[in-house]
Design a protein around this ligand. Sequence first.
Ligand SMILES: Nc1ncnc2c1ncn2[C@@H]1O[C@H](COP(=O)(O)OP(=O)(O)OP(=O)(O)O)[C@@H](O)[C@H]1O
Ligand SMILES: [Zn+2]
Ligand SMILES: [Zn+2]
Length: 824
Amino acid sequence: MNAFRPLGVVVAEPGTVYSSPRESDRYWEVLVDCPETQGIYIYQVPPHLKVQSGDILSVPFGSQQLGAIAIRSTPSLPPSLPPDKVRNVEEIVSAGFFSPTYWELLNRVAEYYYTPLMQVVRVALPPGLLKRSQRRIRLIEPTAVTIDPFLSPASRQLLELLQASKTQDLAWRYLKSKVKGADWGLKALLQRHWVESYLEPPTPSRPKLQKAVTLLVDSLPAEVTPRQQEILGVLRQRGGELWLSELLQICQTSSSLIKALEQKGYVLSEEREVLRRNSGIWQAVDTPKTLTPDQSEALNQITQQTGYGQILLHGVTGSGKTEVYLQAIAPLLSQGKSALVLVPEIGLTPQLTDRFRARFPNQVFVYHSALSDGERYDTWRSTIQGTPQIIIGTRSAIFAPLPKLGLIILDEEHDSSFKQDQPSPTYHARTVAQWRSQLEDCPLILGSATPSLETWATLQQNTRYLSLPQRVYARPMPPVEIVDMRRELQEGNRSIFSRSLQTALAQLQAENKQGILFIHRRGHSTFVSCRSCGYVVECPHCDVSLAYHHTHERATPHLRCHYCNYSQLHPQRCPQCDSPYLKHFGSGTQRVTQELEKLYPSLRIVRFDSDTTRTKDAHRTLLTRFANAEADILVGTQMLTKGLDLAGVTLVGIVSADGLLHLSDYRASERACATLTQVAGRAGRGDDPGRVILQTYTPENPVVEAVRRHEYARFVETELSQRAALNYPPHGRLILLRLSGVDLNLVEQTAQQLANLLDSATAPYEILGPAPATVMRVANRYRWQILLKFPSNTSTQMQILSELKAHCPPAISLLIDVDPMQLG
Ligand SMILES: Nc1ncnc2c1ncn2[C@@H]1O[C@H](COP(=O)(O)OP(=O)(O)OP(=O)(O)O)[C@@H](O)[C@H]1O
Ligand SMILES: [Zn+2]
Ligand SMILES: [Zn+2]
């Protein structure tokens, strides 16, 4: 793949005399970013300035002077832009603010995913990036004299203001408000090097600090008062550490008493970072664990890798991959480098983040789309500081502009949420991570218990394979019992729980253990249909049936569309034949929860799906409740499969595997196998052995068999050969063109035209379609698609594809999905 334009490469032409700046560096694409505008504009660089990618510039924009970022030089102006219309860059405010490789990365993303660079910038950088950074002016020549006759009145006024200020350093905005013609006045001062202009360094978001008290003595000294003895006793009982406020409360004492103990050297009180999880301070104290032989072998291999290299860390569920990450990162931080850790979803982030925070207090920052604008901005600003740190985030964090990057980790690398389906750029964080680690020359670790076929296929090429085949403490993998639900029905059990699962649930209660029930779907039932005429209630705006939602006994039942979120009350009678007999098919989390409540009224249940985790921190609250044993059963969807590490869980019930097994997509088996293996892997991670009960109507399915035997690698090998036979990824590559619009005919026509156009080009791809999307209408927009299938080892970079948009009428939107994960 030769996907991107080298930056700032200058071809020296024979015979030309060197002049500064070189002609090719004369015009620059510059990102202007202020509350009113965000866009890329072309500016001219005057000869005395030497601009580099990533510099922060000051440019004229309309009547304003704005901060801007230099992106890349451009050899020529577009025909629509006459040279005399191009304005000059005023000056470089801060050189090397971003590393040049950062912009190379964004360019590469833009080209590979057929997206304008500006759209990539919007994904990568928070809006209004420069709006809060203050430009300031500092006096650097203290002997500068204001009586210089050549100075303009404006220059003189500026100098006087600066000299009069205590720090000889003032905000540019302030100076401008005070001095008429400040721009010109400043220019003269800058030319004489009497002042300098700079961007105020961003203030890092500070962790909240709180006083903690630590016990320093092993045995309780005899010479203290009984009261002091009591306090020390409480401290010791609580593991040697408490927040000061907690200690004061427990002992009903005052801080002067603690101070007295501190003066005698029995305790230490100091400021500590407050963890957002409020479950006690000893969370904060965490030291590296002694590694298992497999873990240390993996760590050795990783630390030997200096510079770019891709590593697959294939560790079975509960094998301790996180500990390997932690110990791989530690030495980097002390070398002044930073690390980027990507995780699939927020649901899993709190637990992982806590582990990282506990190991590296004050050095962990979280970056994901659920952060408020302010938080995002603060985190973002702290990253460009360059102090060694760890960023943990979801897919867009791959763009966090960390300087001195020493390592990138994708945890649960198989997860499809690393891929953005829409809008453009339809990037995969793993692909971007590969480019980034190449550009930054640092290793990339892909970690998973169920690696993707894409990654597995690279093992023959350039990926190092490291394996953790055993759980820590050699804990056994949980046995997986397959229950044939057809037999259950034949033998008279009509419940959604098999007899085996019922027994296990009853036992759970008796033994005071915890369990997880996995359901593929949220909501109550997948669809509602009439028993008399077969009518299925559908969404008026989409071609899908409505799902039945019934949150609890007293709630009003309603129907909801999972595509456009339309909702309506549950009809009393069939809209078609007026029959009162409506039946609910399929089961979702709500139905399972209700059944559980009916059968086991004393079980305490937590439902964990996208309906119950809408609000901020809901994930954390629900998981904490469960982790603190305030609930017995966690009922949830996909969300709970990812990286949950709860020692108390001994039972995992997969209520129905079938919804996953029968999706019509070439990736369905891979996804089903990964999901089921991951869910199963939540059982038996503590001292008590676990077990898994998998219910299905198709026990003979090879995926079910692979999960039962814990044979993921074998499954992958078979699956890979099937993909190769059909030329599907990772063997070949795909590009999916998604068209949509409100006018069905126009969508169809355009799809046909584009297909003809693609057909007429000499190109390596095979064209499948055009065809309507699986769900043709969503939110009243009709959707058609064209699938391009490229043979392996060919580039998907084609001129014709970048021209397609120009052939679409304005009413049709076209999305180019490169390496699509969903074909529907
Ligand atoms: N060397 C070790 N000694 C003791 N305990 C360990 C060690 N390494 C990891 N652990 C513990 O084992 C548990 C499982 O580790 P971890 O969650 O990292 O597994 P994992 O491989 O990421 O699993 P999964 O893929 O299922 O998320 C954790 O509670 C962790 O603290
Ligand atoms: Zn009917
Ligand atoms: Zn809908």
